[in-house]
Design a protein around this ligand. Structure first.
Ligand code: PLP
Length: 394
């Protein structure tokens, strides 16, 4: 069966009610027939549900589908993407270990690596990461873990997944890839050899801006350690969120195709606009890593950036005039969202730090939604036009 079929047909076992759509198992615990069954399940001689902090039919169904989509042996779901990222690092690293990570990571991952893990003697070196040689020269005797995001947020820089996987094999390290922007529909890092693939399910996996969630998919032995950590520290996904997210996976490939098609068309329509310095999108031939994008991504993704001439003032005029696109720090929604990273998500960085990861004053991130693309193109064009005219008059 194709993945699309499995994403729809993998289902928790039907109950005595013979329901067609999976019911919500909103229960904190489960019962045993007798004390003997309780003993056998706890002793792992028999499989069975015990308690929703560590197992639940809705959560298990969601995880089974994610592992199928990511081509991994095992996986575990979490309350949020950050809980998933933190659990993976906290479970697998110990005092004295060292991490090499790309600079362009999600902000809270940088906070974990620079403010939280150092409290327990775990250190990190950040690299630009486009050149694999930078990763290699940052590796120390105590390096255990490599961590990257591709494409990155909001710079849309790519990490060469084949090359970084060769490097981690050569140095016997664990490689974790945050695959949130690409989703398994666009790339499956485990096929190149990534040990862990991490997601904020809050984004494209839900895709409709409703629930939070996270998931770590990967090697069975590593997931076993992460499961021990999570079982006893409790960052579990709720059955309700798992129920919503598992339903969302039924339409993920369909949604991603439309997201990417809209993004490509919007990128093409805006790339020569007089108000725009540059449009950045992995599948535009002008992208600095176009060949790599074509090699490791099936589609260009749903995010593009536009660098508007005239800095914040022009960005603000443009944003005021948008009639359809929302202004919000989120992404991965049916609704198109614009974000100005320099004044919001990345405002805590210094100017130099921002420029290092390509965040200029005019940069606008566009998380392209599922509206009719003709409407999006005319909305962006009219808002840019008004900003331009305003600046000439002013
Ligand atoms: C949103 C996001 C996260 C954090 O996920 P939450 O579900 O908000 O905790 C981590 N990594 C990336 C790339 C994200 O976009």
């Amino acid at each position: 069966m194709k993945k699309q079929t499995k994403a729809i047909r993998i289902q928790a076992e039907r109950s005595q009610n013979r329901e067609h759509s999976v019911p919500l198992y909103l229960t904190s615990s489960f019962t045993f027939e007798d004390a003997e069954q309780g003993r056998a399940i706890f002793a792992e001689e028999e499989t069975g549900n015990i308690y929703s902090r560590y197992m639940n039919p809705n959560v298990d169904e969601f995880v089974e589908k994610m592992c199928m989509l990511e081509n991994t042996e095992d996986g575990l779901a979490f309350a949020t993407g950050m809980a998933a990222n933190y659990a993976a690092m906290a479970a697998l690293l110990q005092q004295g270990d060292h991490v090499v990570a790309s600079k362009a990571l999600f902000g809270s991952c940088i906070q974990i690596l620079t403010k939280i893990l150092p409290k327990w003697g775990i250190t990190c070196t950040f690299v630009d990461g486009h050149e694999i040689s930078e990763w290699e020269s940052a590796i120390q005797d105590n390096t255990k873990f490599l961590f990257c995001e591709s494409p990155s947020n909001p710079g849309l820089h790519l990490i060469d997944l084949e090359a970084i996987c060769q490097l981690k094999v050569k140095h016997n390290l664990i490689l974790a890839v945050d695959n949130c922007f690409a989703t398994p529909i666009i790339q499956t890092p485990a096929d190149w050899g990534a040990d862990l693939v991490i997601h904020s399910a809050t984004k494209y996996i839900d895709g409709q801006g409703r629930v939070l969630g996270g998931v770590v998919c990967g090697r069975e032995d590593l997931i076993k350690e992460i499961r021990f950590f999570a079982r006893h520290t409790g960052p579990s996904m709720s059955p309700f969120n798992a129920w919503v997210l598992s339903k969302s996976l039924e339409t993920l490939s369909l949604r991603m195709e439309k997201h990417c098609d809209n993004a490509m068309k919007l990128a093409l329509a805006l790339q020569n606009h007089p108000a725009i310095e540059v449009v950045n999108y992995p599948f535009l031939p002008s992208h600095s890593q176009y060949d790599l994008a074509k090699k490791q991504m099936k589609m260009g993704g749903a995010i593009l950036t536009i660098d508007i001439k005239g800095g914040f003032e022009m960005v603000n005029e443009f944003s005021k005039n948008l009639k359809i696109a929302s202004i919000s720090p989120n992404l991965g929604d049916t609704r198109t969202i614009i974000t100005h990273p320099a004044s919001t998500t990345h405002s805590k960085l210094s100017l130099d730090q921002r420029l290092e990861v390509g965040i200029t004053e005019g940069l606008v991130r566009v998380a392209v939604g599922l509206e009719a693309v003709e409407d999006l193109i005319s909305d962006f064009e009219q808002a840019l036009e008004k900003a331009l005219v305003g600046s000439l008059v002013g």
